[in-house]
Design a binder for this molecule. Structure first.
Ligand SMILES: Cc1ncc(COP(=O)(O)O)c(C=O)c1O
Length: 228
């Protein structure tokens, strides 16, 4: 569902470059942006009200109201969920499978996920304790960040990046460190730039491949280097 943006929701988070001071959270430094609502309701947590609003929602709303405009905003497939998947969901409800499962998700599902990873990427994980089913990427990332980060730990994020990446690091007590990528270079992630930003507080690099919104795919060479 498309969420209505507030009138103060002026623009998407600005893309800070590597020049962002290490001692200052890039998210916090955006708080003076116009896209932060000046009237956050009283009583909310400081950290929650400091996270800037996402301006992209405003574009979704604008595009939905304009004639002859194709919205490229929400990244959804242009086909319905395949029938065998919908059918399985319907039948599981009919069979009364509506109660709690294991916290990690149904073991049959975790085994199927592992089989799929083996088939697609030739990597294998133990379904008993290395695979966790979440409702989506956002929940997965939130859990990972809250599990990994101690206050002040830094996470390198090649940008432009998916809108929720900075907030999910910030909400977990970490410091998002933007790593610039540019159109001239097809938004490739530069190992040299990454290396320059690594400090003794660096805990993780948050990379989506293919990237949303740039579509850039990580080269095998960079994947290997950045995982070491
Ligand atoms: C790169 C990227 N990361 C994370 C997400 C969030 O995924 P989810 O909707 O599964 O929470 C999206 C959704 O579009 C995305 O494109």
């Amino acid at each position: 569902m498309v969420q209505k943006a507030k009138p103060t929701d002026k623009s998407e988070s600005t893309n800070k470059s590597e020049s962002t001071s290490k001692s200052e959270s890039p998210v916090k430094s955006e708080l003076t942006d116009k896209n932060q609502s000046p009237k956050a309701p009283k009583g909310l947590s400081k950290i929650a009200t400091e996270v800037p609003l996402s301006g992209i929602r405003r574009f979704f709303d604008l595009a939905s109201e304009m004639k002859d405009v194709v919205s490229l905003g929400v990244g959804e497939p242009d086909f319905f969920t395949p029938w065998n998947v919908r059918e399985a969901a319907i039948y599981s409800l009919e069979r009364g499978q509506t109660a709690y499962t294991s916290n990690a998700g149904l073991i049959e599902l975790r085994r199927a996920i592992n089989a799929n990873l083996e088939r697609l990427y030739r990597v294998s994980y133990n379904p008993d304790n290395e695979i966790l089913v979440t409702v989506g990427v956002s929940q997965g990332l939130d859990l990972v960040m809250r599990t990994l980060l101690n206050p002040g730990d830094e996470v390198l994020i090649p940008e432009p990046a998916f809108v929720a990446y900075r907030p999910c690091v910030y909400l977990a007590g970490g410091v998002p460190i933007p790593v610039e990528t540019t159109a001239d270079d097809n938004f490739a992630v530069s190992v040299t730039r990454l290396q320059k930003l690594v400090t003794d507080r660096t805990k993780a690099i948050l990379i989506a491949s293919p990237s949303n919104p740039t579509g850039a795919v990580l080269s095998e060479k960079i994947s290997r280097k950045s995982s070491t």
